[in-house]
Design a protein around this ligand. Structure first.
Ligand code: PLP
Length: 222
């Protein structure tokens, strides 16, 4: 496990970018990693974990039961999985369908805090990829405003990978500028969920508040 190395990358990127120390949260992406690895990361102080498959995640939740983990669903949301997500997770990052937003709010158990949600934005209009076109995000956010058990906290993006370091920042900057344009005092959308193992430095330079990191912590997925 390379949790310390990733923490150090985040710290260094915060410093280089003039960001406050500790302003970037680390989500440990544990999809296709077994529960023992999550347990080890938790013992090292990591409390937020990201999973992409509801079924797989539910198994780990049962195994790790008593640990006080914050669970983030980062996969593609399917209608037949919204109940599991609403009941078992604390956050969802890939929201881009109003029908799913309604279901998640309606299915959130009474007594649980609202489900925190990031709207996924498809910045480069990649076909087949989840996410809203940038010009549809403001209306989507407005349409979610009345949902009592869903709290839109920010935006998320998953750009096409590129080795070109100079190009890595472009989509992240676009996401930040979009957020700045559509944020209101009532709905500030403070969270920018962007950056992964290969490009977290570029994302932090452009204002990421949460990076989703898997392989750099846990190694290759099963
Ligand atoms: C798998 C995944 C990640 C983590 O990717 P790594 O390259 O392993 O860091 C981040 N975000 C999403 C949405 C993912 O599906």
């Amino acid at each position: 496990m390379r949790l310390d190395a990733v923490r150090e990358r985040i710290r260094a990127a915060e410093e280089r970018s003039g960001r406050a120390p500790g302003s970037v949260a680390l989500l440990a992406v544990s999809k296709k990693q077994d529960a023992a690895k999550l347990r080890a990361a938790f013992a090292a102080g990591q409390t937020a974990f990201g999973e992409s498959y509801a079924q797989e995640a539910t198994g780990k939740m049962e195994t790790l039961g008593p640990l006080d983990i914050q669970w983030h669903f980062i996969g593609r949301i399917q209608s037949n999985k919204t109940r599991q997500i609403a009941e078992r997770f604390d956050w969802v990052h890939g929201l881009c369908d109003l029908k799913h937003a309604h279901r998640l709010s309606a299915q959130r158990p009474a007594g649980s805090p609202p489900l925190a949600a990031c709207v996924q934005v498809n910045l480069d209009a990649e076909p087949g990829k989840a996410g809203l076109a940038p010009d549809r995000v403001a209306d989507f956010v407005a349409a979610c405003a009345g949902l009592p058990h869903l709290e839109l906290v920010g935006l998320m993006t998953l750009p096409a990978p590129t080795e070109d370091k100079a190009a890595q920042g472009r989509p992240f900057r676009a996401l930040r500028l979009l957020r700045d344009r559509i944020a209101t005092p009532a709905r500030p959308l403070p969270v920018l969920s962007m950056g992964m193992s290969a490009d977290l430095e570029a994302a932090i330079a452009e204002g990421a508040t949460l990076v989703r990191v898997g392989t750099a912590i846990f190694g290759p997925r099963a």
